[in-house]
Design a protein around this ligand. Structure first.
Ligand code: DX5
Ligand code: ZN
Length: 217
């Protein structure tokens, strides 16, 4: 089943519990948490303390996207805080196989993220070990940017490799997803759709989630 993952980066943090409730009402499947350290990306967000609070607010799975230096040092903290999915960037992690194995050993689903400039073939030897691949369709760091069209080719490529090699990772997209482009992203083969501004930036947050979900069903 295809899933909608609202990114709380675009939420109003002074009403976080209510905002999460609204996307739940709208049929969201996963809560996406963007972790930024001001080093790997030029922005700072939040850490395990907020993920722990989100864990108290919702029963939905929590997807933690680590845009930080040395993510290995924080994997355990985020899983203890309640993360169900953890993704690390290909561009940052040297020993990807070790990191992916550790995330899985600690009981979470393990994902690898590709920046817009990183080709799919850099993942050739790790694909069989991962639970999901996150394709960045904007340069990570900020919400509200425009979708980079070449990301569609990456999704198609990942879908084809999955079929050819009989693998079973999920394909996730993150950045610039809206009601205008979500259908073509879905047709390309995407399974999980992260959306920040196109959900939390709308007046009716529940209706915006429902609308996106309808377009991929
Ligand atoms: C960007 C983040 C995204 C971002 C998406 O670095 O990884 O998750 O919040 O936001 P929108 O949907 O506004 O592009
Ligand atoms: Zn993200």
């Amino acid at each position: 089943m295809k899933k909608i993952a609202p990114s709380i980066l675009a939420a109003d943090f002074s009403y976080l519990a209510e905002q999460i409730r609204l996307v739940e009402i709208g049929g969201a499947d996963i809560i996406h948490c963007d972790i930024m350290d001001g080093k790997f990306v030029p922005n700072i967000t939040f850490g395990p303390i907020v993920v722990k609070a989100v864990r108290k607010i919702t029963k939905l799975p929590i997807d933690v996207h680590l845009m930080i230096k040395d993510p290995d040092n924080f994997i355990e903290d985020f899983i203890k805080a309640g993360a169900d999915y953890i993704s690390v960037h290909q561009e940052e992690v040297v020993h990807l196989h070790r990191t992916i194995s550790r995330i899985k050993e600690l009981g979470a689903k393990a994902g690898v993220v590709l920046n817009p400039a990183t080709p799919v073939n850099t993942l050739d030897d790790i694909l069989e070990f991962v639970d999901y691949i996150l394709v960045m369709s904007v340069n990570p760091g900020f919400g509200g940017q425009s979708f980079i069209e070449s990301s569609l080719k990456k999704i198609e490529e990942l879908k084809k490799i999955r079929e050819d090699k009989n693998l079973n990772y999920e394909i996730e997209i993150d950045g610039g997803v809206t009601s205008k482009n979500i259908e073509k992203i879905s047709k390309a083969g995407c399974d999980i759709f992260v959306a920040g501004s196109s959900i939390f930036g709308e007046d009716n947050i529940s209706a915006a989630s429902t609308e996106l979900k309808k377009l991929i069903s």
